[in-house]
Design a protein around this ligand. Structure first.
Ligand SMILES: *[C@@H]1O[C@H](CO)[C@@H](O)[C@H](O)[C@H]1NC(C)=O
Ligand SMILES: *[C@@H]1O[C@H](CO)[C@@H](O)[C@H](O)[C@H]1NC(C)=O
Ligand SMILES: *[C@@H]1O[C@H](CO)[C@@H](O)[C@H](O)[C@H]1NC(C)=O
Ligand SMILES: *[C@@H]1O[C@H](CO)[C@@H](O)[C@H](O)[C@H]1NC(C)=O
Ligand SMILES: *[C@@H]1O[C@H](CO)[C@@H](O)[C@H](O)[C@H]1NC(C)=O
Ligand SMILES: *[C@@H]1O[C@H](CO)[C@@H](O)[C@H](O)[C@H]1NC(C)=O
Ligand SMILES: *[C@@H]1O[C@H](CO)[C@@H](O)[C@H](O)[C@H]1NC(C)=O
Ligand SMILES: *[C@@H]1O[C@H](CO)[C@@H](O)[C@H](O)[C@H]1NC(C)=O
Length: 368
């Protein structure tokens, strides 16, 4: 009987004591999120999750966070679209979830949820299952649990992972929810994620870098790639950070971001039925096509957003880039045509490449 599983379970007194002790160092992370403009109080947040064991698969991560698609999980991690669900998850793995600002703080919107199992404590759920992304106090408050020691087996808990949609210094950024590993420094984190110590301290309202604690949930603003998306497009707020890509325009367009150029690089999504996706062109060129006009200049048919007022339309516009001045990029490394993102984009991490090789060896990937 289903009803029998939902009866109230009392936790043993020993656990109660443990919860009291654990409560002391746990500082509830609240990310400032005061975007209030219409539709701007929601965004896509990026969350860092470190699985508790090395054998955790992408499928398990997708299930834990109730991600709508496997493709979306691959995109958030810059993994090739052919990576199968049983592949091991990178550690940490990046999870993209909708974030909602409410009352000046941000939390992931409605997801993830967790169904309480026999023997669970809120603290074990917070620190064990969700790797410290939330505290048990935050779970208790979000779910109106007055006594954290009394949770019903089978009860569905919303896990409010802190997140933000606020611009930083007037720029749109991707806020990365990051659980500080042992031995980290603010300077090290700033360098790793391409931001500054001052930015991290001010966004997290920290007095000084010495107050950083291992296990602290930090808001790390990640620079997003610039784009030519029109102000009137539905996805005008599209923010994509280095090493990730995103599917937009009803999944018809795939846009990547690399710190080589800091320009959003969009292509029609491969392998999607073209009947569902309108063709997007700039004159003779298709979306994503590039032509070299001179040694140092390339003209590209760039993504300009999508609209759906009279019909579903994917906009594109010609842009000209100086390929010689692109930071850290030799002219020869500049994409010759639109396949650049698909082929070269996967060099984003060594991890990705080695995973790919392993999967090829295992025969997981289609050879097409
Ligand atoms: C949030 O709002 C307050 C007051 O409205 C403002 O002082 C503060 O700068 C805002 N924070 C951000 C990050 O926008
Ligand atoms: C690793 O985690 C998975 C769930 O993600 C679990 O099913 C499995 O039992 C765990 N393995 C070990 C050795 O803890
Ligand atoms: C939370 O619980 C209190 C006391 O049981 C109740 O009055 C209140 O309506 C509940 N709030 C929500 C949002 O469920
Ligand atoms: C395209 O976007 C870049 C910034 O990302 C900007 O410098 C450039 O002027 C834009 N081009 C057009 C034609 O809007
Ligand atoms: C294309 O670029 C031109 C010139 O920069 C601009 O006026 C126009 O609004 C752009 N169209 C779209 C759909 O972004
Ligand atoms: C476009 O709008 C129509 C009517 O509002 C809707 O049914 C359809 O799903 C929309 N298409 C996309 C791609 O958003
Ligand atoms: C232009 O784009 C189309 C559609 O994405 C693609 O099939 C074609 O290979 C591209 N051509 C060049 C020269 O990049
Ligand atoms: C961008 O990502 C790549 C790998 O994904 C990394 O090597 C590089 O340092 C990152 N750049 C910045 C500025 O974060």
């Amino acid at each position: 009987m289903v009803a029998a599983a939902a009866r109230m379970e009392l936790l043993p007194p020993v656990l109660f004591l443990f919860l009291l002790l654990a409560a002391a160092p746990a500082t509830a992370a609240k990310f400032t999120c005061n975007s209030t403009a219409p539709r701007a109080n929601t965004c896509q947040a990026l969350i860092s999750y470190t699985p508790s064991n090395a054998t955790t698969t992408l499928a398990a991560v997708r299930a834990l966070f109730q991600l709508r698609s496997h493709r979306g999980l691959l995109a958030a991690n810059g993994l090739p679209p052919s990576t199968p669900p049983p592949a091991p998850a990178p550690s940490p793995v990046r999870v993209r979830l909708p974030c909602l600002c409410s009352g000046g703080v941000g939390a992931t919107f409605q997801r993830p949820t967790y169904k309480v199992r026999a023997g669970d404590t809120l603290d074990a759920v917070a620190r064990g299952v969700f790797a410290g992304l939330v505290t048990f106090q935050e779970i208790a408050a979000a779910n109106n649990v007055s006594d954290p020691n009394r949770v019903a087996v089978g009860q569905e808990l919303w896990i409010p992972v802190p997140c933000s949609c606020d611009p930083v210094a007037g720029q749109g950024v991707v806020h990365y929810t990051y659980v500080v590993p042992q031995g980290s420094s603010v300077a090290g984190i700033a360098q790793e994620f391409g931001t500054t110590e001052e930015t991290i301290l001010s966004v997290n309202k920290m007095a000084d870098a010495k107050s950083l604690l291992a296990g602290q949930v930090l808001d790390v603003p990640l620079r997003a790639c610039g784009s030519n998306i029109s102000n009137t497009a539905i996805d005008r707020n599209l923010l994509v950070s280095n090493g990730t890509y995103i599917l937009t325009a009803n999944n018809c367009v795939m846009c990547g971001c690399s710190s080589n150029t800091w320009q959003l690089d969009c292509q029609p999504t491969q392998g999607l039925s073209t009947s569902a996706c309108p063709v997007s062109k700039c004159g003779d060129m298709f979306l994503g096509n590039t032509s070299s006009t001179s040694t140092c200049e390339a003209t590209k048919c760039s993504y300009a957003g999508y609209t759906n007022t009279t019909s579903f339309t994917i906009l594109a516009n010609l842009t000209t880039t100086n390929t010689c001045n692109a930071a850290g990029m030799a002219p020869t490394a500049q994409p010759e045509h639109s396949s650049a993102f698909r082929v070269e984009g996967w060099r984003w991490t060594d991890l990705v490449v080695s995973l790919h090789v392993v999967l090829l060896c295992l025969g997981y990937l289609r050879q097409d």
